[in-house]
Design a protein around this ligand. Structure first.
Ligand code: SF4
Length: 149
């Protein structure tokens, strides 16, 4: 079976900034498990951030916490650690959580903390794209992912 890198919060792990998860429906999880070996990562936790934590947004080349602290280094560290797991496991696909400053695939918040979305990737997604030639899906594209060979 091919390996699928997956945002841990989509598997039901309570690793999001608000201490919650974003677990997929059980039937969807079952379909993914029947087709792929799942390799979970949470770049933010792997970067040393605690859960729950204040929310964070990408702003230009930095990541800023909602109290305006620069937390970029935690995000870079976590992204590199998650990338290593992707490389070690030779994953074929990735399924990442949309809108996250780490895992966002097509959209993230714009750094103003006003719930404004912009077309941009999370820090981890950007690194993964640069270093690995794999197809990356968001949780809104699972149907397409399940059709892949
Ligand atoms: S960093 Fe990724 S895996 Fe971790 S909580 Fe955020 S979206 Fe989920």
């Amino acid at each position: 079976m091919k390996k699928l890198l997956i945002s841990a919060c989509l598997l039901g792990e309570a690793c999001r900034y608000d201490g919650k998860s974003k677990g997929l429906d059980l039937s969807v999880l079952e379909a993914l498990k029947n087709k792929f070996i799942l390799i979970p990562i949470c770049p933010e936790v792997m970067g040393g951030l605690s859960t729950p934590r204040l929310s964070n947004e990408r702003k230009e080349d930095k990541v800023i916490r909602s109290d305006q602290k620069d937390v970029t280094r935690f995000f870079h560290l976590g992204a590199f650690r998650a990338l290593n797991i992707a490389l070690e496991n030779e994953v074929t696909y990735a399924l990442l959580k949309e809108k996250s400053p780490s895992c966002g695939v097509h959209q993230i918040y714009d750094g103003t903390f006003t719930k404004t979305l912009i077309p941009r990737e999370g820090i981890f997604t950007e690194l993964l794209k640069k270093k690995l030639d794999i197809k990356i899906f968001s949780e809104l594209e699972i149907e397409e992912l399940l059709k892949m060979d």
